[in-house]
Design a protein around this ligand. Structure first.
Ligand code: ZN
Length: 182
């Protein structure tokens, strides 16, 4: 395993539409190594999610820490060629941060519930629904695959801040379970 370099905002790789991964390639050593490297890199930088374009690989792959469900042991989730579909029309706002936009966070409103269809790291089809902060993290990561950053979706430039000032002036009191960068 190896740490990968994280691309920062301004790098064109973050603005490209990433290519799908062929099903037959999922179990290749190249993709399996990339998945392991992305997990290591995500933890190194204290992220809760990471998309392949953030480590300069323009392919449709994301990893995230799945600790949203108290009934399920926290684990790493790997999504390949994910397709997200909003369910219903309610939305939620969370303060988002991104390893590719270091030191900042901003308030973004997104659909509160999404259906996820993807392949996992073994190439097995998975499908589930997520809501609340989990839905936001999924949408943030999958946006990276389409060259979209959360800053494109800021509710208001007044709700965009450096982390230190965010903690001091803006942090909601109940934010503890909805933090982390992706
Ligand atoms: Zn991000």
């Amino acid at each position: 395993m190896a740490l990968r370099k994280v691309a920062s905002m301004g790098n064109p790789v973050l603005r490209k539409k990433a290519a799908p991964i062929a099903e037959k390639d999922i179990t290749s050593s190249e993709i399996q190594t990339l998945i392991q490297d992305m997990i290591e890199t995500m933890f190194e930088y204290d992220g809760r999610g990471l998309a392949a374009p953030q480590v300069h690989e323009s392919i449709r792959l994301v990893v995230l820490v799945w600790d949203f469900d108290p009934k399920v042991k926290p684990h790493i989730m790997c999504l390949i060629n994910p397709v997200l579909t909003p369910v219903g029309d309610s939305s939620s706002e969370y303060w988002e941060g991104c390893l590719s936009v270091p030191g900042l966070r901003g308030l973004v409103a997104r659909p509160d519930r999404v259906k996820v269809q993807a392949l996992n790291e073994k190439g097995k089809k998975i499908s589930f629904e997520a809501e609340g902060f989990a839905a936001t993290v999924l949408q943030h990561e999958c946006d990276h695959l389409d060259g979209i950053l959360y800053v494109d979706k800021l509710k208001d430039s007044k709700s965009f801040a450096f982390n230190k000032e965010f903690e001091k002036f803006l942090a909601p009191e109940d934010a503890s379970e909805s933090e982390g960068e992706g």
